[in-house]
Ligand binder design. Structure first.
Ligand SMILES: Nc1nc2c(c(=O)[nH]1)N[C@H]1C(S)=C(S)[C@@H](COP(=O)(O)OP(=O)(O)OC[C@H]3O[C@@H](n4cnc5c(=O)[nH]c(N)nc54)[C@H](O)[C@@H]3O)O[C@H]1N2
Ligand SMILES: Nc1nc2c(c(=O)[nH]1)N[C@H]1C(S)=C(S)[C@@H](COP(=O)(O)OP(=O)(O)OC[C@H]3O[C@@H](n4cnc5c(=O)[nH]c(N)nc54)[C@H](O)[C@@H]3O)O[C@H]1N2
Ligand code: SF4
Ligand SMILES: [Mo]
Length: 713
């Protein structure tokens, strides 16, 4: 971070869902670039940033990013520079040809949870209105979709955190399940530190003793893929020890009898055998969780990225219901959403089954409302399409052309070698990106688009807080915005109106489209966002109140304050009661056997972000995290005969990856861990299993069976 006296533009980090506040000022080195400066007043991070945020402006440099469109030429077969006209014409032609030859559903669209609300909204509308295809989904399916599904099932509404982060330090106990917050949202670790300073306790559930687990009062290290059994075992003990809140259960929930009966089949000794967590540890967890008046359960990708992620999150939610914690102040269940706009990106229609405002595509009233805002016949809107993995798996088959915006599946999709081959088999692939990602390298046309600091837009952080990211610098001359791309392509497909390029105009339409829906943004304006530290949805427009420049206009005009805390009076179900879900444990889709005796789990390191497309272009981050590795316990290392730093080969039923061993006592001896940020021979996703959760369609990134070998020198 730089110190400067120049006025800075208040904005937010381009990366994760914490959406840390930062300022952007002219770089004091005077090269015309931007420097990140502290924005101490923004409450979520109070000025603190991780290394990715501090170095985020490096990716704005023309040295690492795309600055002109690229088109694959017939003559050389290579991507060559082209004009915007040529590139857009080629895309419109490619998509139209597929549509003419194979029908609208042969054209696919793939989006991302990093896209702003405006872009996600416009992309969903583009698919349904300009292309007329049902085949749209996005990378959020790989992220928090199991928690979203469980939220819907239990509470009738999905907002990752139903309370602001500032409530965490004031609760009595937090169970953090499969989140490595210290590396994935470092400034948020403060909330857990303050919790403990205030006398609260922290339980971390992770097969690895991570930096986050080191902070815990109690660290439970289950075998990957067994969180469901663990939660059921805790429920069994809660009931057996008489620690449930029967008054609350009777008043605010439904389905307890069935859920309790299902949990009672999970004896502590059985759970110990399945999870590897001892009965005394289970008892201690129950004591810490149920003793204080208030307590929270927070989950992240560990328990969610499993082929039973939805049931697993359901079992953890059941614990908050049985102890009377959900929908009470300073208590409850929350999911730590991941991507920059992981929350808003799942609300406004880039999901296969969804319309803006978190409406359902199958709901006739929702179709009628949105069709009216879009000025189209409700009958013309396609039905739900395929989920992300199923869509990628169908490429080259039923789906013959693809427009991709904001994802890099060659690195990040499960069973990635297969997905890479599917992408290559397409008749036509267009990618809009900031950099030449591994997926863009396969495209027929690559469009260079503007980034966070170069355009205005809104994101919704993990708390459900809608934020304004402001433009602070002009993009390089050859670069256009994603909204411009959609506007131009729609026009070429014969839809002249309805795809404005001005983000605020798109947001105004999003407000109307979301009005009355579960994620209601109609009372939020750019003016308000510029004046406030964000506004929590739902925030309906007040009848008869007009807003100008953040101020209500009219006699007794009052703005809806937004909703930082949900469910305090009632849950979002028809009868206002939360639903227990009766769940029982089941094994992972792939369990170790004689041929593949070790469990592989995957995740993140602090200095790289996701597929690494952006952060692998930042020198400082590459120095901190130069490449992939295989984390394994000394016992396992000894068994296969590798020393720390030596190359090790990891083989699964999907393929083979090679990376240096990182020998550590912080991991279970039956498990190895690989970060997934890199392409090539160390690509973790060559190994992962695309077994899907039946409800959320989430792939099992966190568990598969592998064999380890010493790499022949
Ligand atoms: N540095 C960095 N930060 C990021 C990102 C990034 O790529 N890099 N990505 C952002 C995004 S999109 C997301 S979704 C979040 C993800 O944030 P996290 O969920 O915190 O990240 P992960 O490393 O995927 O997984 C968290 C932990 O789950 C553990 N785990 C593995 N298997 C299991 C299991 O079976 N059960 C349990 N209980 N735990 C298990 C892993 O050991 C790991 O420590 O991070 C966001 N922040
Ligand atoms: N093995 C394993 N695999 C995983 C996971 C795991 O834990 N383990 N986690 C999964 C999770 S949680 C996630 S979220 C996914 C993420 O995986 P990806 O979807 O691959 O995520 P990113 O690397 O963020 O890709 C975003 C791409 O969009 C580009 N981009 C950034 N901003 C913009 C923009 O405004 N417009 C456009 N057009 N492009 C932009 C970036 O340069 C980058 O190429 O990975 C999943 N894959
Ligand atoms: S924690 Fe997330 S939002 Fe904050 S600086 Fe780091 S990457 Fe950016
Ligand atoms: Mo994610």
């Amino acid at each position: 971070m730089h110190s400067t006296t120049a006025p800075s533009t208040p904005t937010h980090c381009p990366y994760c869902a914490l959406q840390c506040g930062m300022g952007l000022a002219p770089d004091p080195r005077g090269d015309g670039g931007l420097a990140v400066v502290e924005r101490a007043q923004f409450p979520v991070n109070r000025g603190a940033l991780c290394g990715k945020g501090r170095t985020a402006t490096a990716v704005l440099s023309s040295r690492v990013r795309l600055t002109e469109p690229l088109v694959r030429t017939h003559a050389t077969g290579r991507l060559e520079p082209a004009t915007w006209e040529e590139a857009l014409d080629r895309i419109a032609e490619g998509l139209s040809r597929t549509r003419a030859e194979h029908g609208a559903d042969a054209v696919g669209v793939f989006g991302g949870g990093g896209l702003t609300n405006e872009k996600a909204y416009a992309l969903g509308k583009f698919a349904r209105v300009a292309l007329g295809t049902s085949q749209i989904d996005y990378n959020g399916r790989f992220c928090m979709s199991s928690a979203a599904a469980a939220h819907q099932r239990a509470f009738g509404l999905d907002r990752g955190l139903p309370f602001p982060l500032e409530d965490i330090p004031r609760t009595g106990c937090v169970i953090l399940v499969g989140s490595n917050l210290a590396e994935t949202m470092p400034p948020a670790l403060r909330y857990l530190t303050e919790l403990r300073e205030n006398g609260g306790t922290l339980i971390v559930v992770d097969p690895r003793r991570t930096k986050t687990a080191e902070q815990a009062d109690l660290h439970l290290a289950p075998r990957p893929g067994t969180d469901l059994a663990l939660a059921l075992g805790l429920m069994h003990l809660l009931v057996a020890e008489g620690r449930t809140d029967e008054a609350y259960i009777g008043e605010r929930t439904k389905g307890w009898e069935e859920a309790r009966a299902a949990a009672m089949a999970h004896w502590p000794e059985l759970v110990e055998r399945i999870t590897g967590v001892s009965v005394p540890e289970l008892r201690e967890a129950v004591r810490l969780f149920s003793t204080p008046k208030d307590a929270m359960v927070l989950t992240a990708r560990g328990p969610e990225q499993q082929s039973k992620g939805t049931d697993t999150v359901g079992a953890w939610i059941n614990l908050t219901l049985a102890t009377g914690r959900a929908g009470r102040p300073l208590s409850g269940y929350g999911c730590l959403t991941g991507q920059g706009n992981g929350q808003g990106g799942r609300e406004h229609g880039q999901k296969a089954d969804q319309l803006p405002g978190y409406r359902k595509l199958t709901d006739p009233a929702a179709r009628a409302h949105v069709a009216q805002v879009w000025g189209v016949d409700p009958e013309s809107l396609p039905g739900p399409g395929r989920s992300a993995y199923e869509l990628l798996d169908a490429l080259g088959g039923d789906v013959r052309s693809l427009l991709l915006m904001g994802s890099n599946p060659v690195v990040s999709a499960p069973r990635a070698a297969h997905i890479e081959e599917r992408l290559r088999s397409l008749d036509f692939l267009a990618v809009a990106d900031v950099v030449l990602s591994e997926t863009a390298e396969l495209a027929d046309v690559v469009l260079p688009v503007a980034q966070w600091a170069e355009e205005t837009g809104t994101t919704t952080n993990l708390e459900g807080r809608v934020l304004l990211r402001r433009r602070a610098i002009t993009p390089p001359p050859g670069v256009r915005t994603d909204l411009f791309v959609l506007h131009e392509l729609a026009a070429r497909l014969g839809v002249e109106k309805g795809f404005p390029t001005d983000p605020e105009e798109v947001f105004e339409e999003l407000r109307r489209a979301s009005a009355g829906g579960p994620a209601d943004y109609s009372g939020i304006t750019y003016g308000r966002l510029a004046a406030e530290d964000g506004v929590f949805w739902p925030c309906p427009a007040q009848e008869g109140v007009e807003v100008r420049g953040g101020e209500p206009v009219g006699a007794e005009a009052e703005l809806h304050p937004g909703t930082p805390r949900l469910f305090l009076d009632r849950f979002a179900t028809e009868d206002g009661r939360a639903r227990f879900v009766p769940v029982v444990h089941r094994a992972a889709a792939e369990e170790p056997d004689a041929e593949f005796p070790v469990l592989l789990t995957t995740g993140r390191v602090v200095a790289q972000y996701q597929s690494g497309a952006q952060t692998r272009r930042v020198a400082e981050l590459n120095t901190a995290a130069p490449g992939p590795f295989v984390e394994l316990h000394p016992q396992l290392a000894e068994r296969i005969g590798v020393a720390d730093g030596e190359e090790v080969t990891v083989v699964s039923r999907r393929g083979t990856a090679v990376a240096p061993a990182r020998v550590s006592r912080a991991i279970r001896p039956d498990t190895v861990f690989m970060p997934f940020h890199w392409p090539g021979e160390g690509r973790a996703n060559t190994l992962t299993n695309p077994a899907l959760d039946p409800v959320s369609r989430m792939p099992e990134f966190k568990v598969c069976a592998v064999r380890l070998e010493r790499t022949a020198a």
